[in-house]
Design a protein around this ligand. Structure first.
Ligand code: SAM
Length: 288
């Protein structure tokens, strides 16, 4: 921010949000997952959870009318915000006028080259995500070897429960493994529907995923680790051995890998810990 700039009123205040929407003739688009935050305490909580220090580089996904963007900018972050809705960059140019620490990038976050956009220096991801792309975007952020230190994001409560789930329960799956392999996730806020305009039909939470310096478990080949994990969750009611067969692994390779990892053949895939998936993946590679 520079001195003498005109700082807008706080966009998160419900009356300000409604005024902006009315002024620009905007209606929240259901298709684009638009639920604008109108709860100051939640926006403050997100900025706090992201531990924003002046100068922090932040990628925001879906700035909308600039609600969270403004709070991040006020905290001194250098914000790059990617927005798909073609109508919004012109709106953001007005609502965030005066914040020279914000760059709006029109485009689809699933198509943008994030590495090219954010470069090699560490950055944080902060977002009130459009729920229809939560899982693909999270997997992209985790698996693309980006220099992300922290992800703080609003997600549907059920998705957060899958992200933090432990082995054995119904929520534990490929997303749990990917999130926990790369990060330490914790749920930091529960967010009732009335915090948004319009109110979504689901409960939401803010989850923080702190990147680990090294992955949670050691394995020889990450690709094999994730292939095995995905295959094991592929057919949840089958035993691990049958699920792996169903995914195209050969019987003799499965027998060798299971033995190497010391896993009981009657186990079901969704009961395996990250350590056990790593052992299994290494067991598959042993004969190659
Ligand atoms: N950040 C604002 C807030 O908290 O009030 C808006 C959040 S709203 C839940 C999600 C935003 O993501 C919308 O502005 C929507 O247009 C945008 N969006 C939807 N799909 C997108 C995509 N594929 N890439 C980038 N932005 C997207």
């Amino acid at each position: 921010m520079t001195e003498n700039q005109t700082i807008m009123p706080r966009i998160v205040l419900p009356e300000v949000t409604h005024r902006i929407l009315k002024h620009f003739g905007l209606k929240a688009s259901h298709r684009l997952g638009q639920n604008f935050l109108i709860a100051p305490a939640i926006v403050e909580g997100i900025v706090l959870a992201a531990e924003i220090q002046p100068g922090d580089r932040v990628l925001e996904i879906g700035p909308g009318i600039g609600t969270l963007t403004q709070a991040l900018a006020e905290a001194g972050a250098q914000v790059t915000a990617v927005e798909l809705d073609k109508k919004l960059p012109a709106v953001l140019a007005e609502t965030l006028k005066g914040y020279d620490n914000v760059t709006i990038v029109p485009g689809d976050i699933l198509k943008v080259d994030i590495k090219e956009l954010m470069g090699e220096e560490p950055f944080k991801v902060v977002a009130n995500l459009p729920y229809y792309i939560t899982t693909p975007i999270l997997l992209e952020l985790l698996e693309k070897k980006l220099n992300i230190s922290l992800i703080v994001t609003m997600v549907q409560k059920e998705v957060a429960e899958r992200m933090v789930a432990e082995p054995g329960g119904k929520d534990y799956g490929a997303l749990s493994v990917a999130v926990q392999y790369y990060t330490e996730p914790d749920i930091v806020l529960t967010v009732p529907p009335k915090s948004f305009h319009p109110a979504p039909e689901v409960d939401s939470v803010v989850i923080r995923c702190r990147r680990r310096n090294t992955p949670a478990v050691e394995c020889k080949d990450e690709k094999m680790f994730f292939r095995v994990a995905r295959a094991s969750f592929g057919q949840r009611r089958k035993t691990l051995v049958n699920a792996l067969k169903g995914a195209g692994f050969l019987k003799e390779d499965i027998e060798r890998a299971v033995k190497y990892a010391g896993i009981d053949t009657g186990r079901r895939g969704e009961t395996l810990s990250l350590e056990e998936f790593a052992g299994l993946a290494d067991g598959f590679l042993k004969g190659e």
